[in-house]
Design a protein around this ligand. Structure first.
Ligand SMILES: Nc1ncnc2c1ncn2[C@@H]1O[C@H](COP(=O)(O)OP(=O)(O)OP(=O)(O)O)[C@@H](O)[C@H]1O
Ligand SMILES: [Mg+2]
Length: 273
């Protein structure tokens, strides 16, 4: 596939070399834990820090980033995949000041990992990396080959889990697969929908203990979980999703907004893996 786009917005470092975006996949074991909510609001928080951010909706079969952001895209990844549109035309401005590449609903046929889907996703990532500071990849849930491939395109991973036992078990399964198949020795964890701020740290520690007992990367080490923060269960999140607005814009002072801002700060304070 030819991916063509203008290079007018290419960020350059002080020595004139092209900087590539930090690439972060946001994934989970269990569905519905808050990946898309975290992706959109984390993008807004990072944008406020002065970064140029793109969110790629890689939940190809069941995309809903457009719904959360109240966007009605005329051009989606589907059109880029089929050659009907240039990549440039599919990069859309989102509320919050960041950019999005939306999957739209026409991508059901791409929910299987065919060689074509691999090439398209890979080429699109390579084409946008020089143009942004941070690229967030909102993936589907679980360990299907499309999800694992989308995650493999990112240098860093954020696993989103909730305190529910089923979510913890599925987070553990995801961590195990990412460690064994992608040799990841570090993974970031965000615990969403916690009862109280601070609960996430204990959950991260519990998960780390299980991982240390039962998971080994091919190099023989258990992956380290970096706790990026927790986000309380907060009725303002549901309200923002209902109103199709970013929580950071609708209720910037809400506990969940503050949790997201903390996650952004911790992510930026970490060196990319
Ligand atoms: N911190 C929170 N407090 C309250 N409700 C929340 C919170 N986070 C998410 N939710 C609720 O959970 C719903 C699902 O969130 P979201 O769509 O982001 O999950 P997801 O992991 O992307 O799902 P999928 O696996 O289907 O892609 C939201 O619509 C919202 O109502
Ligand atoms: Mg989602």
């Amino acid at each position: 596939m030819m991916v063509s786009m203008s290079t007018s917005a290419t960020p350059t470092s002080t020595n004139g070399a092209t900087r590539l975006a930090r690439t972060v996949a946001i994934t989970s074991g269990k569905g519905g834990v808050g990946k898309t909510f975290v992706s959109a609001n984390l993008a807004a928080a990072l944008t406020r820090q002065g970064l140029k951010v793109l969110v790629l909706d890689a939940d190809l079969g069941l995309a809903n980033l457009d719904v959360v952001l109240n966007l009605y895209p005329k051009i989606t990844l589907h059109d880029v995949f089929t050659g009907k549109a240039q990549l440039d035309e599919a990069i859309l401005p989102a509320p919050g000041g960041f950019s999005v590449l939306l999957a739209g609903s026409g991508l059901v046929e791409y929910s299987r990992l065919t060689p074509e889907v691999r090439d398209q996703l890979h080429n699109i990532m390579e084409a946008v990396k020089p143009r942004f500071d941070v690229l967030l990849i909102d993936t589907g849930a679980g360990i299907s080959d499309v999800v694992l491939y989308a995650v493999s395109l990112a240098h860093e991973v954020i696993v989103v889990a909730t305190p529910e036992p089923t979510s913890m078990t599925d987070a553990y399964a995801t961590i195990k697969v990412l460690s064994s198949q992608q040799s990841r020795d570090q993974l970031n964890l965000v615990v969403n929908q916690v009862g109280r701020s601070g609960d996430g740290r204990a959950i991260c520690n519990q998960l780390q203990q299980v991982v240390e007992r039962f998971v080994q990367s091919p190099a023989g080490q258990a992956p380290r979980l970096n706790f990026l923060g927790d986000v309380p269960l907060d009725s303002s999140v549901r309200e923002a999703v209902q109103k199709r607005q970013l929580l950071l814009e609708l209720h910037p002072g809400s506990p969940a907004s503050m949790g997201i801002v903390q996650v952004a700060t911790r992510l930026l304070s970490r060196q990319p893996a």
